[in-house]
Each structure stands twice: as structure tokens, then as C-alpha cells.
Design a protein around this ligand. Structure first.
Ligand code: DP6
Length: 321
């Protein structure tokens, strides 16, 4: 029986922000992430006797508009592995939008795994990472657990993620603070394109990432949590400086995003461990320790009434169930 592929979402500590090749989603820089345990996508792919793919997400068959990105991806996969089959894709997302995590990382990693399984492609994890990257850049990292680095590479076969430490024994846990507000969304694909095109600081970003990747890997090896927090926060804020300095300028921050950032600084002044990282949206992810998380959660919830918080820990790589 064909198995379902399960892939977990990841949070980048050193962000991927900018493509040098759109077709293959080849990034300008390496990036580094942590896979999380709570939010995942389950995908089953079954070959069907049909010349169109059928895509269902959370028990709803998606119309053409909603499924376009997945259809395009399946065309890419057919081309890469030279077969003509079409699929019934059944996906269940356990990445509640209320948790503030993007589902494209776990989604495309699970889809790559599901095709590998049903077509018996026998791909190793490096090949799976390449396949997942063709769907969404950050998905390349969700093949592995723990700390993961995505090596930028220079063509379709040289750009893939590698594990740094899949089961790190480190006292790190994450609090996602979700702002209950719908702001107009600029997708990460569009946001990074505008930053590359028009931020005068983009070349500095490329230089910064190459030094911060080295520093954070050293900090991970030494289990230096303080350093990991400092570097991650600085990298995230530097990424957001690329949106503010784009022309026209844009931002993912909502007023509450800034407020939470200020609260994190207050929390740190009290000697409690907390560092922020923010993706292409208004929600803030707080890097905590097992000891600090409760205090951080209570403080944030006391100060802000219109937010929801979700706790996540370090998760593992793709699996088949
Ligand atoms: C801010 O992987 O969603 O989360 O490759 O265009 O699908 P595409 O982009 P995507 O971008 C993720 C951006 C980020 C940083 C990161 O995860 O590294």
C-alpha cells in the first residue's frame, strides 16, 4: 500500500530572501533553519487514469486557481523524472493558519515525498531536498529534522539542504505569537523579488548572511544559546530592512509586531531569555529556553489582549506513515 508522506514545518534562523534563478528557486545565499515538531503536512499521491491531476486540501477539491501552483509543480516533477502519470493528491495540513506558520515548506516537502513514494523513485534525502526546493525554496530544508542548512548551489542539482544536527541536545523552544489581524499579504516570492530589485542594501545582505551562517553554526556546535538568539534576531531584522529599503517600500510588520518586539526587549532587560525572529508576515516567533518560555508567554499575554500564542519544540525530518 502507498504510504502517506509527513513533513514538518521549519523556521529560518538565517533567512532565505532572494532568488538568483526563479525557475529552479536558486537562492543568492545559504540559509539555516530549525525544524519544528508541532506543525506538519500529510500528503498521499495516487496515480490515476486521467490526464489531469486532482488536488484535494483538507477534504476540499481545489479549483484551478487554487491548485495552479501545485499543478505547475507536478508538471516540473514529471519533466524532471520523465514520466507522464497524473495523480490524485490528498493533503491534510496540520499547520493551522492560527499558528502563524507558512505551510509551503511542509507542504512541498510532503508532496515531494509522496511522489517519491508512489512512483518508487527511490530518492535519497539530498534528491528529495532538490525536488522539494522546486516547489518552494524553504521546503528543501523540511526534509531533515533539527538544525538544517540549505546550500545555495549554482544549478538545479547543486542546491539542496544538509543536516547540521538532526537531534540537537539543546535547551531551545519556540513561542509563536500570532496577531489576530488580517493585513494585505505580499507573498514571500513577490517580496523577495522586490527587495532584490530595488533595495540598495541587497549586496550587504549577501555578505552579512555568509558571515552569520558561519557564526551561527559555531554557536550551534558550542550549544551557545545566547549567540544563537542574538544572531537569529539580527538576521531577521536585517531581512526586514530589505523590505523597508525597497522602492517602493513595503513591510510585513503590523503595529503589534513592533509592540511585541519592544516587549521582548523589556523581557530581556529583566534577565529572561527571549529573542525574536519574523518571517514574511506580521507574527513573531520567540526563541526561548524551557525555563523562560512560561514567563515570556505570560508577559506577552498580559500586555496584549489580541494575540494567540503557540509553543513548538525541535522536530524531525520527513517520514512515511
Ligand atoms: C521569510 O520558501 O516561501 O520564510 O521559494 O518563493 O516559495 P518561495 O519562497 P518561500 O520563502 C520563505 C521566506 C522566509 C525565510 C525562510 O524560510 O528562509
Amino acid at each position: 500500500m502507498t504510504k502517506t508522506a509527513r513533513a514538518y514545518t521549519n523556521i529560518a534562523l538565517i533567512k532565505y530572501w532572494g532568488k538568483k534563478n526563479k525557475q529552479y528557486k536558486l537562492p543568492y545565499t545559504n540559509s539555516l533553519s530549525l525544524t519544528l515538531d508541532r506543525f506538519y503536512t500529510d500528503t498521499l499521491a495516487e496515480v490515476i487514469d486521467n490526464d489531469r491531476d486532482i488536488i484535494s486540501l483538507n477534504n476540499e477539491v481545489l479549483n484551478d486557481t487554487k491548485s495552479q501552483r501545485i499543478r505547475n509543480y507536478l508538471d516540473t516533477v514529471r519533466q524532471m523524472y520523465s514520466f507522464d502519470d497524473h495523480f490524485q493528491i490528498t493533503t491534510v495540513n496540520h499547520v493551522p493558519t492560527s499558528a502563524g506558520f507558512a505551510s509551503s515548506a511542509s507542504g512541498f516537502a510532503a508532496l515531494a515525498g509522496a511522489i517519491n513514494e508512489t512512483k518508487q523513485l527511490d530518492l535519497d534525502r539530498k534528491q528529495l531536498s532538490i525536488l522539494a526546493r522546486n516547489g518552494s525554496g524553504s521546503a528543501s530544508r523540511s526534509i531533515y529534522g533539527g538544525f538544517v542548512e540549505w546550500i545555495a548551489g549554482y544549478d538545479n542539482l547543486s542546491s539542496f539542504a544538509v543536516p547540521i544536527d538532526e537531534t540537537p541536545e539543546i535547551d531551545l523552544t519556540l513561542l509563536s505569537v500570532v496577531i489576530n489581524q488580517h493585513s494585505k499579504k505580499v507573498s514571500s516570492t513577490v517580496g523577495m523579488k522586490n527587495s532584490v530589485k530595488s533595495s540598495p542594501f541587497y549586496s550587504n545582505w549577501v555578505t552579512l548572511v555568509s558571515s552569520e551562517i558561519k557564526e551561527i553554526k559555531q554557536a550551534i556546535a558550542q550549544k551557545d544559546l545566547q549567540k544563537i538568539g542574538e544572531i537569529s534576531e539580527h538576521n531577521a531584522m536585517s531581512m526586514h530592512a530589505l523590505t523597508l529599503s525597497a522602492n517602493p517600500s513595503f513591510t510585513y510588520f503590523a503595529p503589534e509586531t513592533i509592540r511585541i518586539f519592544q516587549l521582548i526587549q523589556e523581557i530581556r532587560h529583566k534577565g529572561i531569555f527571549a529573542y525574536a525572529t519574523i518571517d514574511a508576515g506580521p507574527n513573531v516567533k520567540i526563541i526561548c529556553t524551557k525555563e523562560s518560555i512560561q514567563k515570556v508567554q505570560t508577559y506577552i499575554e498580559q500586555q496584549l489582549s489580541n494575540v494567540t500564542t503557540v509553543v513548538a519544540n525541535i522536530g524531525h525530518g520527513i517520514e512515511y506513515i
